[in-house]
Write a protein that binds this ligand. Structure first.
Ligand SMILES: Cc1ncc(COP(=O)(O)O)c(C=O)c1O
Length: 398
């Protein structure tokens, strides 16, 4: 067996199962889960229809690089969304969802013979850690700044860590915090990449669900604004799962540095990561349409506008920049909050400490909980009302 497998940490949901073992959820309430960050708005019918129409495509093996039609649809979206003109043939590559791509990317860019480090945000999406470990690198969890909604504090990564760093994961908009990385932070990370030679994987899968007027800044957009038009050592990861409510489609794309993407394509060819022609057709249709994305965003905006003030009346929580999570203060242990809430009100939330690692003596997720507002507004509101009662009843206890 590959000994690196033993280094993998249990997934947050496995830890939740252990935490909830022996808890009897309140029978007076129907179960509501805000635990799992999986989109639940309906898939647009035109995407389902294009899948059905493309079924004859099952009779051929797809090329790993994808069909030009899909790559051009992805490049067209980058042009409309960010004003960027990428070469669809060399700077764009379809992937089977961003999760597999983030994982596979680390296997492509890491040289494990050189004492490799992968810098991750903290809290973070657990795939970054597993990808680093299985690539033979050591994950290093960058300190986060609670005063800036847990944004990564790049200045606090020591030079000796940067000197060994081969890959940095950036997650903007962030999971779980929803924070969007501003241009100045991008300038900082690009300068560090120039100095130390590491690659940047920019995970942007929540980019289309946002609550401010201005859409979140993308990594490639930031690079272009700073004059880095070749996207040196930068690859952005984008996904249809949240944008188009198709988590089961397994479809996204990566874009950026053409030299790195050439190697990534080589890796993917051996790994067998070609996208089904049926999925490619539906994906092209989804990237070419923006109306359903606007509708989806409106649904999230209305939901967050109702739920957030309710919760903010009793706990430390605010509207995020983007994403579909609320990242709230638990006013004490996040694990007891989650366990007691399930027992008393049958609502599932995720303890923040499960989404972060202890680094320099501190787990930055401790004392916070993540709530995924993926169900419909009525269900999220009901959950929020129960959480308000729960928090009030805890506060009134001596
Ligand atoms: C931060 C982040 N990145 C990537 C993913 C993977 O999404 P997908 O593989 O559906 O594109 C998720 C899914 O929850 C996520 O939260």
């Amino acid at each position: 067996m590959n000994p690196l497998l033993a280094k993998l940490q249990p997934y947050p949901f496995e830890r939740l199962r252990v935490l909830f073992a022996g808890v009897t959820p309140s029978a007076a309430h129907r179960p509501i889960s805000l635990g799992i960050g999986e989109p639940r708005h309906p898939t647009p019918p035109f995407i389902q229809a294009s899948l059905m129409q493309a079924l004859p495509g099952l009779s051929v093996y797809p090329a790993t690089g994808g069909e030009p039609r899909l790559r051009e649809a992805c490049a067209g979206w980058l042009q409309r969304r960010y004003g960027l003109a990428l070469d669809a043939a060399t700077q764009v590559l379809p992937v089977n969802g961003s999760r597999e791509a983030l994982f596979a990317f680390a296997q492509t860019v890491i040289d494990p013979t050189r004492d490799a480090v992968v810098v991750c945000p903290n809290p973070f999406y657990q795939i970054y850690e597993g990808a680093a470990l299985l690539a033979g690198a050591a994950p290093w969890f960058a300190p986060s700044d609670p005063a800036r909604n847990f944004a990564v504090d790049w200045d606090r990564v020591p030079p000796e860590v940067w000197a060994r760093t081969q890959l940095v994961f950036v997650c903007s908009p962030g999971n779980p915090t929803g924070a969007v990385m501003p241009l100045e932070e991008w300038a900082k990370i690009f300068a560090l990449s120039d100095r130390y030679g590491f690659t940047i994987a920019s995970d942007e899968c929540y980019s289309e669900i946002y609550f401010r007027d201005e859409p979140p800044l993308g990594g490639l957009e930031a690079a272009s604004r700073l004059g880095r038009t070749g996207f040196e050592r930068l690859v952005a990861f984008t996904s249809l799962s949240k944008r188009s409510n198709v988590p089961g489609l397994r479809s996204g794309f990566v874009a950026g540095d053409a030299t790195i993407l050439q190697k990534f394509l080589l890796y993917r060819t051996y790994h067998g990561s070609a996208m089904s022609p049926v999925v490619q057709a539906a994906s092209a249709a989804a990237w070419n349409d923006e109306a359903h994305v606007v509708d989806n965003r409106t649904l999230y905006r209305e939901k967050f506008a109702q739920v957030t003030p309710l919760l903010a009346s009793v706990m430390d929580v605010r509207l995020p920049d983007a994403g579909f999570y609320l990242w709230a203060g638990a006013d004490g242990s996040d694990e007891s909050f989650a366990r007691d809430l399930l027992a008393q009100y049958n609502v599932t939330v995720l303890p923040g400490s499960y989404l972060a690692r202890e680094s320099q003596g501190l787990n930055p997720g401790a004392g916070r909980i993540r709530m995924a507002l993926v169900a419909d507004t009525a269900e999220c509101l009901e959950a929020a009302q129960r959480i308000v009662q729960f928090v009030q009843s805890r506060k009134s206890k001596p």
